[in-house]
Design a protein around this ligand. Structure first.
Ligand SMILES: [Zn+2]
Length: 113
């Protein structure tokens, strides 16, 4: 059994210096000033980023209420229970919504019920 030694390149492992433990420790330290007023829990409490609903272009949000910008109809809008589904539904039927007709031209949504 013969090996062609001419084409056999020795594996060259570049010498890697061992990581300095002091440098690695510095990465976890931030130079932020600790604000005594903001609790550290606020950082952990992260809500999943949701794209703002297009309904808010036509509605004015106030607490848990959404007022239609066109007909001033007030809808309950609780992010956890209602969401913006009923708002978007209203936009399709709101007679004072100027975008309603444009929407119809672009695409007709037929909802079977
Ligand atoms: Zn309306």
């Amino acid at each position: 059994m013969q090996l062609d030694t001419s084409s056999q390149a020795p594996p060259q492992a570049p010498p890697r210096p061992p990581q300095d433990p002091t440098q690695a420790g510095n990465q976890g330290i931030t130079s932020q000033e600790k604000d005594s007023q903001s609790s550290p829990k606020e950082v952990l409490k992260r809500k999943p980023t949701r794209a703002p609903s297009s309904a808010w272009i036509h509605f004015t949000r106030e607490n848990n209420r959404a007022t239609c910008n066109y007909c001033k109809k007030i809808y309950a809008c609780n992010a956890t229970s209602h969401g913006t589904t009923n708002l978007l539904k209203h936009l399709r039927t709101c007679e004072k919504n100027p975008n309603r007709e444009i929407d119809k031209k672009q695409k007709t949504i037929v909802l079977g019920k």
